[in-house]
Design a protein around this ligand. Structure first.
Ligand code: SF4
Ligand code: SF4
Length: 240
């Protein structure tokens, strides 16, 4: 009895402090994200060909507890069959048949069971294809506090050559530009949150490579080039 009351009053706060300390330590530990140019080439290929990236997620399950709606595409019939109907809703602004999967009061995906995906083999393309390093590449996770942003803050790219640095700067410039003109690309997938903006920046970053030397000064010219680059990327995506 004495031990019980001691443990409740004295041990519980100690344990809580220890858990908090451990969690802070995990969040602060940096993770190698790979060489920037190599990662950029791979993510652009994955986006164009609609296949997932091989992300070294380890034990992280931030994607499954980030209060995000998961988009499930029209042709993902094997996935849709495995999700209870009451958990699926028509996706706003998208053609009939596109669905979204919601989340529970704790922000967790209802298909997550004991911190594991219960339909892992048939998980939606959105989950399969997501790579939180897009947020590390664009810097949009810097001030975020949700689980995905905290995980993204841990990634560290390497920049062994000048080309790695200039590609990184181009992605950052594309991000600033798209943040300034969020509607310059009309892709029917608004609203544009940090993840959508990051993906768009990665698709059109080439416009901002050597932008200073190209002599383009007007934002309207940049918007035109951004649109051209986006349409070119989407054409490759459809052809892949
Ligand atoms: S947040 Fe990143 S590391 Fe974590 S599960 Fe999602 S993609 Fe993987
Ligand atoms: S479907 Fe699976 S992988 Fe996707 S968010 Fe839900 S639990 Fe996570």
């Amino acid at each position: 009895m004495q031990y019980d009351s001691w443990s409740r009053r004295s041990l519980a706060p100690t344990v809580r402090r220890h858990v908090k300390y451990r969690m802070r330590k995990v969040r602060q530990t940096k993770l190698p994200a790979g060489r920037f140019s190599t990662w950029l080439r791979e993510i652009r290929k994955a986006l164009a060909e609609n296949h997932g990236m091989n992300v070294p997620c380890g034990e992280c399950d931030a994607c499954c507890r980030s209060s995000k709606f998961i988009h499930i595409m029209l042709d993902e019939t094997r996935t849709i069959r495995r999700i209870p109907k009451e958990l699926l809703f028509p996706a706003p602004l998208l053609p009939n048949g596109h669905m979204v999967l919601g989340y529970n009061k704790q922000g967790r995906c209802p298909m997550s069971d004991d911190n594991k995906c219960s339909i892992y083999k048939f998980r939606p393309y959105t989950c399969r294809g997501f790579d939180c390093r897009v947020l590390a590449a664009t810097g949009l996770a810097v001030n975020g506090t949700d689980p995905i942003a905290l995980q993204a803050q841990r990634w560290e790219f390497s920049f062994p050559t000048k080309s790695d640095r200039s590609r990184f700067s181009a992605v950052q410039e594309a991000t600033s530009f798209l943040t300034k003109y969020p509607n310059c690309i009309q892709d029917n997938l608004s609203p544009k949150g940090d993840i959508r903006l990051s993906v768009l920046a990665i698709k059109v970053y080439d416009v901002f490579l050597n932008c200073d030397e190209s002599g383009i000064v007007q934002d309207s010219d940049i918007i035109k080039n951004v649109l051209e680059s986006y349409n070119k990327f989407e054409k490759c995506e459809r052809a892949a």
